[in-house]
Design a protein around this ligand. Sequence first.
Ligand SMILES: Nc1ncnc2c1ncn2[C@@H]1O[C@H](COP(=O)(O)OP(=O)(O)OP(=O)(O)O)[C@@H](O)[C@H]1O
Length: 258
Amino acid sequence: MTTTQVPEIELDHVSMRYQTDKSEVLALEEVTVDIRKGEFVSLLGPSGCGKTTLLRIMADLIQPTNGEIKIAGGTAKEARLAQKYGIVFQSPVLYDWRKIKKNITLPLEMMGIGKEEREKRVDSLLELVGLTDFKEKYPWQLSGGMQQRVAIARALAIEPEILLMDEPFSALDEFSRERLNEELLSIWSKVSNTVVFVTHSISEAIFLSDRVFVLSPHPGRLSAVVEIPLPRPRTKEMRNRKEFYELISEIRDSFEGV
Ligand SMILES: Nc1ncnc2c1ncn2[C@@H]1O[C@H](COP(=O)(O)OP(=O)(O)OP(=O)(O)O)[C@@H](O)[C@H]1O
């Protein structure tokens, strides 16, 4: 898909301070980012650097203590109410008593979309994520990777402008994870949305992204923005290229204090 110059997610000097009974944590300090419509970006950093916090702020699930956020020119709340977000979490959060097709149509039911339209959409979503033959199965009959594909299909059911993904493949083995990376890019090439992908894997971030936003911990700060000039479509052979290794070194070097 083609990235435009239209800004989709703009964060201006965003800080987040969590207050608990006994202590205070500065999870994010003065983070400024601009993500363009149709871009695939990763938020990369070690545990505790504020990746999930940043994603939750973008999704309007929490409000920053300081700074401004604009989504598609409006507020994050407006974007949330207009159903602009699809969210995929680290664990798939599927309902075990609902068949795969019924898990995917759940957000459409909640939106009051009629049965005929729901069935039409679920069929194309199942095809998109390669699970057509599994629509009558239950989540517990699927592998972890397949369950995460169901979660992706469900997040895409409302045709969101922005897909937010919080370490969706981190519980999977490396082989499944690399395969899912390729499948995600193939899905993304067909759905034309903006993706923000949280990961702590440098190679995953490089393989998937147009740009990688590197965060450093304590407090969480944006320490680098790295352009990934690898052509698309990305292929698994690219992981063995010299440019790929050079990008890994560039990102490693960009971590503050490393
Ligand atoms: N609700 C909360 N209350 C207090 N502190 C919090 C809360 N949520 C996160 N934190 C703290 O804020 C910092 C950033 O957390 P966050 O979960 O955003 O980091 P992360 O980079 O996503 O980590 P991980 O990779 O381990 O998921 C951490 O020090 C964490 O302990």
